[in-house]
Each structure stands twice: as C-alpha cells, then as structure tokens.
Design a protein around this ligand. Structure first.
Ligand SMILES: Nc1ncnc2c1ncn2[C@@H]1O[C@H](COP(=O)(O)OP(=O)(O)OP(=O)(O)O)[C@@H](O)[C@H]1O
Ligand SMILES: [Mg+2]
Length: 267
C-alpha cells in the first residue's frame, strides 16, 4: 500500500479548537464509564476514535453535544461550554451534525423531506431554499435522483448517505460520526466512507468513532485509542495503528485486524 500523503495542510492549529474537552467524567449509576478525558480538536482536523466495545466511545461523542450530560469536567464546542447548565444547547447542536450507526431517518417521509424538515423548522429556511440546499447535498453523496424515495426503498448505504446529506444541509461546523458503517453490508461500506473522505478533504472538522482501520489510517489526522473510559494513546495513524506503544492498543488492533484472534481473558 502506498504511504498516505501528509494531509495536515487543512488543519488550522493557530485558531482556537472546535472542541475542547477537559477532565470529562461520566458515570451511569455507580459505574464510571468516562474517567477523565482530555481532548482538543482543531479546525479541519479529523480525529478517529477507536477502542473495544464498552470503552466509552459513544458516550464521549454524545457528551460533546450533551446527548449525555457529563458528570464532571468541561466540554467546549465552537467557543461555547456545553457542560454549562445554562447553555443554549439547541444553538450549539445546530452547528454540530451527528450521524449514527442506525441512520435514524424519518421512515414515513421522503428523502427530500428528511433533508429539509430541520432546515425549515430550525433554520427557518423557505421550502424552495431548503430543497435547493438538500438537492445539492444529496448530489454530493451521489443520491441526486432519490429525493422522492422513502428510506425503506433505499439500501442501508444509501440511507446512511441520506443521513449525512441531512446533517450537511444544516451547514454544520463539526460532524460527529458514531460507527456510521458498522450496520452496513460489507459491499456498501465503501460508498459511505468515500463520502466521508471527501468531506474530510474539504476541510470539515470531524470526530469519527470507527472500526474501519484502513479509513482511519488514510483519513485521520489523529487516532485516539480508548479503553475502559480512558484515552490510552493517541497520535498520527501511522503511529497509533502502525506502531502502537501500548500492549492494550496492540491487542485491540490484533483483534480488529484479525477477528479470529482470541480475546485476552482480562475482562
Ligand atoms: N444509558 C446508559 N445507561 C447505563 N449504562 C450505559 C448507558 N450508555 C452506556 N452505558 C455503559 O457505558 C459503557 C460505555 O458505553 P459506550 O456505549 O460509550 O461504549 P462504546 O465504546 O461506544 O462501545 P461499542 O463499541 O459497543 O459501541 C458501557 O459499559 C455501557 O454499558
Ligand atoms: Mg458505541
């Protein structure tokens, strides 16, 4: 495989971070699932978060836009502290697109309606304006001719691309992806990853929880490996995936890259 080209050109480290997370902790009942996370994401940066099931990846992502309320610590998104109890969270969420494993489309509405509802209700765009923006974004994900389809008439990969187009139609400044391809049949994964790759190349700031190591290697500016509610190591993909320092990272990567590899009996 060709070594990936250096791609930090679009990362603007001089500007303030898009996301700043300091000593973030989250407990469910007595169980602490995030144990002090520190993470900054620069404008244009693509951070891929990897780690075993239950390590807290989704919880971390959900704490960014307060879909989960942090137990302690601070999260600041685009200069606004989302962990402040008085925050206008809707104003922040408008600028943060989120794409989930299960596409979460409105099943009784067409693709075009899915991509226009929030634009009209939240951003108060006219129908014509919202539809024009939706059509542009649908074209960008390769679905320009599917606006009148219902989600059920589309493949999983197409539905996920609609979910991405819907998020992009809100003009987000940050995109969060939580295992966007893990519910897809293998042959549909590539189209979704390719949309995400283009988004990254065009300078979108992204946090991507993924098990797609080839994608992380190629597209991420930084890979963060989490285990047991902590960041164990982070750095450029060639370091974290190519030459991991920690035994836990190595053992995780062995299992992901070769699913027949046995799990060490420590959990
Ligand atoms: N709403 C909740 N109530 C109670 N426990 C929860 C809740 N959400 C998550 N957890 C627990 O928190 C821990 C971290 O979960 P999380 O979903 O963040 O892990 P993950 O790294 O995303 O895992 P996966 O790779 O399986 O998606 C798990 O032990 C999970 O059971
Ligand atoms: Mg998860």
């Amino acid at each position: 495989m060709m070594p990936p080209e250096p791609k930090e050109l679009h990362v603007d480290t001089a500007a303030g971070p898009v996301v700043a997370i300091t000593d973030l902790r989250k407990s469910f009942g007595s169980r602490e699932v995030l144990k002090g996370i520190d993470l900054d994401v620069a404008p244009g940066e693509v951070v891929c978060v990897i780690g075993p099931s239950g390590s807290g990846k989704s919880t971390l992502l959900r704490c960014v836009n307060q879909l989960e309320v942090a137990t302690s610590g601070t999260v600041t998104v685009l200069g606004t502290e989302t962990t402040d109890p008085d925050v206008d969270i809707d104003a922040v969420r408008q600028k943060v697109g989120m794409v989930f494993q299960q596409f979460n489309l409105f099943t009784h509405q067409t693709v075009l309606e899915n991509c226009t509802i929030a634009q009209r209700r939240v951003l108060r765009r006219t129908r014509a304006e919202a539809e024009a923006i939706a059509r542009t974004n649908l074209a960008n994900v390769g679905l320009e001719d599917r606006g009148n389809a219902l989600p059920s008439q589309l493949s999983g990969g197409q539905q996920q691309r609609v979910a991405i187009a819907r998020a992009l139609s809100m003009d987000p400044e940050l995109m969060l992806f939580d295992e966007p391809t893990s519910a897809l049949d293998p042959e549909l994964v590539g189209d979704v990853l390719s949309v995400m790759r283009t988004l990254a190349e065009n300078g979108m700031t992204m946090i991507v929880v993924t098990h797609e190591m080839a994608f992380a290697r190629e597209v991420a500016d930084r890979v963060v490996f989490m285990d047991d509610g902590m960041i164990v190591e982070q750095g450029p993909p060639e370091q974290v995936i190519g030459a991991p320092e920690h035994a836990r990272t190595r053992s995780f990567l062995e299992r992901v890259l070769d699913p027949t590899h046995p799990h060490p009996g420590n959990r």
